[in-house]
Design a protein around this ligand. Structure first.
Ligand code: ATP
Length: 666
């Protein structure tokens, strides 16, 4: 028995070999994260009573905002149905009293006619009210879901980049996605609860009038069903929460098989069957959890139905006793049987709908928690205005460390970016170039030191204003699954795109030739996942990215490895165009490993392991033969010039040297 009364336990973690191999361990929410959920479930009835008004209130407010006419119609229709239900029972009693009364049969039937007519009118108007309620609910539900989804997305779009990169926040983002749908489901659950409450109050009122003990018996019939429904819902919620990441991982494997990004490797390397095998194993682990839940649900429902059945038996025995002992007339007993039957059905339905409301509110609660957290981690609105054209941007002793790392990615960096110049950032992989760019763009905040635009500290600046001055073309720039035209215009979404401007943007990078060759020119959909969509090569996409940057027309242009997919000629042309973006009011910050492109920069900063190790012009840096820049430049130059040591171009850096085996040596 204790098993049934125990609060839901954190779901036991069975780790499949696939999870261990692919993801390095169990993909379940850890107990630390879920602790408050289980605390909530532990005091379920109490917490339900406490949190329900807030969560129901939130949905009511959403519904009010979405469509107040539909909401009012729905509530009034439900109230009418409840009242009609009570009157219906009283009318039934009236009919039975007439039929079981004295006099001949015709007179008794005649006496019952007025009540029968009232009953019919009530039935018809009640049906009209029910259909009004259905129509209003149907109108309201999608609007509530839309508002909740928009709220979810609006907050996601505003959070700091740090939150997006934070695993714990991403988990919350994941679980909150169910909240919008739950807000929609809460509407119908609320309607059912309203309906159940009014109908129950009607039945209970009639039963109390007939005999108070009947009300107690009604409660006894419904209580086990209520408990059973609550028990099942809580366990389902606990399980969903614990397995949410596992489910996502299985989806990721599925998408890797069906998606395009790994389609070639999946086939050539035989990755498909490898993934299928692991997908199967992970799906089976999840299936076992579903089976466990289904078994528990079946057992709970059986126990609840048995207890409820015993209570019904007790109710009918009591009624028979009341009748046989002359404490109740036949007509009243008939009404009582009907009231107990409809009342227990109403109570059962009410318990079900309250429980559904509770279950949905658990998910809506996740959305609520997410909104609180996302609001706390949102990019602040407002701040100190930044100059439109700062004379310089300065990093003053800036340090930044990623939350999960011990070493800072940038350590005590001080540098100046003069307006109207081309500044290049170079350094080995992982030296901190992209991190510096993120700080420069206002995406991350310095943990020590400061970044200033003339005199304005970026930490206090109006971030939206900062962003409005920046054009960012990074290594993984967005390849929007939209038309070619939108892919350019999205560089400045607030501007109404004009064909001449778009044509000029396309011409700037050479994207015009790419777009002209597409089946519908600018109107071609650049997304192969949709019917009629086209795809571009990596280099062609880069021309689109560069055009978008031009179209944005910003005063600080940041380009991070813009030419990785370009052929040599296109690469030279691209760097030339990037340099042409510079003007007295436009500054270009360029991150690249192509040293040939760097030499034309006005100022070069060399990073190494998060430190600024060298700075100057190309000539100055090259003059220092012991310097890191000299070494980097020379090693690339040597790729194209036969070495004095007899090596062919590019050979000295090949991994297959005497003491380093190449792939064929394995
Ligand atoms: N989101 C992140 N979370 C944790 N660590 C990160 C993150 N991004 C980068 N790092 C780490 O910060 C350091 C600097 O990375 P960064 O991307 O700035 O280097 P980079 O110079 O741009 O490298 P590359 O030339 O390879 O693009 C590296 O050690 C990297 O592993």
């Amino acid at each position: 028995m204790r098993r049934w009364l125990r609060r839901p336990q954190p779901v036991e973690t069975v780790v499949s070999d696939s999870e261990q191999l692919l993801f390095g361990g169990a993909l379940r929410y850890d107990y630390g994260w879920a602790r408050h959920e289980y605390t909530m479930l532990e005091h379920s009835a109490l917490s339900m009573a406490r949190s329900a008004p807030r969560l129901v209130g939130r949905t009511v407010r959403l519904a009010w905002r979405a469509d107040r006419t539909a909401m009012l119609t729905m509530v009034l229709a439900e109230i009418y149905q409840g009242a009609a239900h009570a009157v219906g029972l009283l009318v039934t009693n009236e009919v039975l009293q007439s039929l079981f009364g004295s006099g001949d049969t015709v007179a008794r039937v005649r006496a019952a006619v007025p009540a029968l007519i009232v009953g019919m009118v009530i039935a018809v108007t009640s049906a009209v009210a029910a259909s009004l309620s259905t129509a209003s609910t149907g109108r309201l539900e999608p609007k509530v879901e839309r508002l909740a989804t928009q709220e979810y997305l609006r907050h996601a779009e505003r959070v700091e980049l740090e939150a997006v990169e934070d695993g714990a926040f991403r988990k919350l983002l994941d679980s909150a996605q169910f909240g919008a749908q739950s807000s929609r489901q809460m509407i119908s659950a609320m309607v059912a609860t309203l309906n159940g409450t009014f109908s129950l109050v009607a039945a209970a009122g009639v039963l109390t009038v007939l005999h108070p003990v009947l009300l107690f018996l009604l409660m006894l019939i419904a209580a086990p069903r209520g408990w059973g429904a609550l028990h099942v819902a809580q366990r389902r919620y606990a399980s969903t929460m614990a397995w949410i990441e596992h489910e996502r991982a299985a989806r990721v494997i599925g998408e890797s098989i069906t998606g395009r990004s790994a389609a070639q490797e999946t086939r050539v390397h035989g990755v498909g069957s490898f993934l299928l095998r692991h997908f199967g194993q992970m799906a089976r682990t999840a299936e076992a959890e579903q089976t466990r839940l289904a078994k528990e649900k079946a057992a709970t429902e059986l126990l609840a139905a048995s207890l409820s059945g015993a209570a019904s038996l007790l109710a009918y025995v009591t009624l028979a006793w009341l009748l046989l002992s002359g404490r109740m007339s036949m007509a009243v007993a008939g009404t009582a049987v009907m009231a107990v039957r409809t009342g227990s059905a109403n109570l059962g339905a009410l318990v079900g709908s309250v429980n559904r409301l509770h279950e949905e509110s658990l998910y809506a609660g996740d959305l609520d928690r997410y909104i609180v957290e996302a609001t706390a981690r949102a990019i602040p609105v407002g701040g100190v205005p930044v100059p439109d054209h700062p004379a310089e941007i300065r990093f003053e002793h800036v340090t930044y460390r990623y939350p999960d790392r011990e070493r800072p990615a940038l350590d005590d960096i001080s540098l100046t970016i003069p307006a109207g110049s081309v500044v290049a950032l170079v350094g080995t992989n992982g030296s901190g170039k992209s991190t510096l760019v993120k700080l420069l763009a206002g995406l991350h905040k310095a943990q020590a030191g400061r970044i200033v635009w003339d005199k304005v500290d970026l930490a206090e600046a109006d971030r939206d204003q900062v962003f409005s001055h920046i054009a960012l073309l990074d290594q993984s720039f967005a390849r929007w699954p939209f038309t070619a035209e939108t892919n350019l215009a999205i560089g400045k979404p607030a501007r109404t795109p004009e064909p001449e401007q778009l044509a000029a943007a396309a011409a700037f990078s050479g994207a015009d030739a790419v777009i002209n060759a597409l089946p519908h020119g600018m109107k071609t959909l650049l997304a192969l996942q949709f019917r009629g969509g086209s795809e571009l090569s990596g280099g062609q996409w880069q021309t689109i990215g560069l055009s978008r940057t031009w179209y944005r027309d910003a005063s600080l242009i940041i380009v991070d490895e813009p030419t990785s997919a370009l052929d040599p000629e296109a690469e030279i042309a691209c760097f030339e165009k990037i340099r042409r973006l510079r003007s007295p009011t436009t500054t270009v910050v360029l991150v690249t490993h192509r040293m040939a492109a760097v030499q034309h920069a006005d100022l070069i900063y060399v990073l190494h392991e998060g430190l600024l190790v060298e700075q100057g012009t190309h000539q100055e840096l090259l003059a220092d033969e012991a310097g890191r820049y000299h070494r980097m430049f020379q090693s690339q130059a040597d790729q194209y010039i036969p070495g004095a040591n007899g090596t062919v171009p590019g050979q000295q850096n090949h991994p297959a040297t005497a003491d380093q085996p190449g792939p064929s040596d394995r």
